[in-house]
Design a protein around this ligand. Structure first.
Ligand SMILES: NC(=O)c1ccc[n+]([C@@H]2O[C@H](COP(=O)([O-])OP(=O)(O)OC[C@H]3O[C@@H](n4cnc5c(N)ncnc54)[C@H](OP(=O)(O)O)[C@@H]3O)[C@@H](O)[C@H]2O)c1
Length: 381
């Protein structure tokens, strides 16, 4: 069998090459004979290479999951230059990917409430600062922080569940972190708070989870989306949905907010931050005047400077932050397991299965680059 080098693979841009065992690994890529395969990036702009990876023993607060379904996110679909700018700390060879669902195969010594064999979904932190390749989702065996894992009921297929992690964690960061909107956390039976939360981009993956989490915390939710998604977002818990294509979208939202206290605004969809600030700038809107933005940090910072003059505080969300704060376990361990089991939390957006096996991930990334409409591209393993 011919040996395939990283260089020869990189020349075939966008291609992925299945390397059978035994295989020559690029410098620094561990290449054992364990039945554990990973999609390796040898540099920020390289094509992904399917190679062996070592299966790790979990540290005290971790679990190892045999991945059964993974989903792709915009951050995975970036080109090399963007990856270098957004994730400057990433060391190569790297395994990226954040969304995974599967079965636990090993449990760390201090983990409670999770056991070998449990069906779970969790947020993989491999792309975060100071984390490592064992924690990227694009591999057969993924190390997960137990505090970012939820048990899954038998009724939810892995392919449906894996759409959650990035959406849930980013929405939770924006809504609940102290330096963001600092809202109250969701609970099983929330008492209505008579305060509103605005979600700009309700049909995005992050937005659908923001709607459900804010609703689960007792807030009344007002969202923006295309008309075709109104019914879907109302089912998720939005009490009012406004079409962002309407030229008077800002005025409509201000009208709907009349007489209500605005607890916070989350701007997810690209282009929506300007609208979010315009609503908060209205003298008739009463509330915290805080906007959490999922837009790229430089865009958010620029808008934040301008918004400060109108006494509006705009902050940039980093979806991975809940891994180090009480928000992560509050949502993943305390809220989601029961909410998923009782059916009060839905796995949204809907999963579109692009293929089976890690070799289908580049295809899923291509689909995402063409645009997602209230859907998430998934690969089963
Ligand atoms: N900062 C972070 O840590 C972080 C983490 C995750 C994602 N993000 C960013 O968040 C954004 C959303 O990502 P995602 O994966 O959740 O999105 P997505 O699922 O790809 O979003 C697709 C949806 O966006 C909606 N949309 C597009 N333009 C809109 C607008 N102007 N107003 C309202 N809705 C609009 C469309 O809704 P309709 O179908 O209703 O038209 C479409 O269905 C991306 O820019 C991503 O990079 C940031």
């Amino acid at each position: 069998m011919a040996t395939i080098t990283v260089d020869s693979v990189n020349r075939r841009a966008g291609r992925i090459v299945f390397v059978p065992e035994p295989a020559a690994a690029p410098d620094g890529v561990p290449n054992s004979r364990e039945a554990h395969r990973a999609l390796w990036l040898s540099s920020a702009g390289a094509s992904m290479l399917l190679l062996d990876a070592p299966t790790h023993t979990p540290r005290a607060d971790e679990v190892v999951v045999r991945a059964r379904a993974i989903a792709v996110n915009p951050i995975d679909a970036m080109g090399g230059i963007a990856r270098r700018v957004v994730l400057p700390w990433l060391t190569y060879p790297a395994v990226i990917g954040s969304d995974v669902a599967g079965e636990i195969v090993a449990v760390g010594s201090s983990v409670s409430g999770l056991n070998v064999g449990d069906r779970v979904v969790g947020y993989a932190v491999g792309i975060e600062r100071s984390r490592n390749s064992a924690e990227g989702a694009f591999q057969t065996h993924v190390v997960l922080l137990a505090r970012l894992v939820s048990r899954l009921p038998e009724t939810i297929p892995f392919a449906d569940a894996c759409v959650l992690p990035m959406g849930v964690t980013t929405a939770a960061a924006g809504l609940f972190e102290h330096d963001q909107l600092a809202l109250e956390l969701p609970v099983a039976c929330a008492t209505p708070r008579h305060q509103s939360v605005l979600v700009f981009g309700g049909a995005t993956s992050v937005g659908m989870n923001a709607i459900q989490l804010a609703h689960g915390a007792g807030y009344s939710v007002l969202a923006t989306a295309s008309r075709s998604n109104f019914e879907l977002l109302e089912r998720l818990g939005a009490s009012v949905v406004v079409d962002y294509h309407d030229p008077d979208v800002v005025e409509q939202i201000i009208h709907h907010l009349s007489g209500q206290q605005l607890a916070g605004t989350i701007a997810v969809a690209s282009g929506s931050l300007r609208q979010a600030i315009a609503v908060n700038a209205s003298p008739t809107v009463v509330g915290t005047r805080r906007v959490a933005s999922a837009h790229p940090t430089p865009v958010t910072r620029m808008r934040a400077v301008l918004a400060r003059r109108q006494k509006i505080r705009v902050s940039a969300i980093w979806g991975g932050n809940p891994k180090d704060t009480p928000v992560g376990p509050a949502v993943w361990n305390d809220f989601l397991p029961d909410a998923l089991a009782s059916g009060t939390y839905s796995t949204s957006p809907s999963a579109v299965i692009v293929g089976h096996g890690l070799e289908a991930v580049p295809q899923a990334l291509d689909r995402l680059r063409q645009g997602a409409r209230a859907q998430k591209f998934v690969v089963t393993l």
